[in-house]
Design a protein around this ligand. Sequence first.
Ligand code: TDO
Length: 184
Amino acid sequence: MRVETTALAGLLVLVPDVRHDERGFFTRTFEVDLARAHGLDPDAFVQDSQSRSRQGVVRGLHGRGGAGEAKLVRCANGAVHDVVVDIRPGSATFGRWLATRLDDVEHRHLYIPAGFLHGHQTLTPTADVCYRIDREHNQAEDLAVRYDDPDLGVEWPAPVTVVSDRDAHAPSWQHLQHLLASDQ
Ligand SMILES: Cc1cn([C@H]2C[C@H](O)[C@@H](COP(=O)(O)OP(=O)(O)O[C@H]3O[C@@H](C)C(=O)[C@@H](O)[C@H]3O)O2)c(=O)[nH]c1=O
């Protein structure tokens, strides 16, 4: 597995080896030593989750208040257009978003530190997204911004078919910025 840095400090792309044979493929989904070598605490992860979404579905953009939440994300089946937004106050890239394709071909993973919004759109008939987080989910700390907020300008590659009620009614990027500023 190799690790690539990105334009957003702390956001990492993990690119595993994928071994194919007549049965299918084998790939590692986590390596403790590699995690440590890149400053990740492997013991920090306390919850593993999986979601399945139909083609065109967008989930997000979601973040977390309080101490935030770091995430390791991969797409175990199908493909998604994965988007992260830097919402770390004082960050040189505050408000910038970055998109990565996660799929079951290259099996890339994303390490998303605390202080980001995250979302994805399904590019295949279905897609399974698996992620590990370093703090147990707590609905009271949920943050969200509309996936199509015009000030944020995130581009989604396909027509959006379904979003949750929560995502359809998510507040604006401007609203979240006020919230973040009032926390300082
Ligand atoms: C996220 C989560 C949800 N749930 C429950 C709440 C709800 O009843 C149901 C579906 O929740 P949501 O609609 O929030 O699920 P979803 O829209 O898939 O939320 C996820 O979106 C992606 C983009 C992320 O980055 C994740 O961190 C998470 O926010 O599952 C848990 O029990 N544990 C969890 O960790």
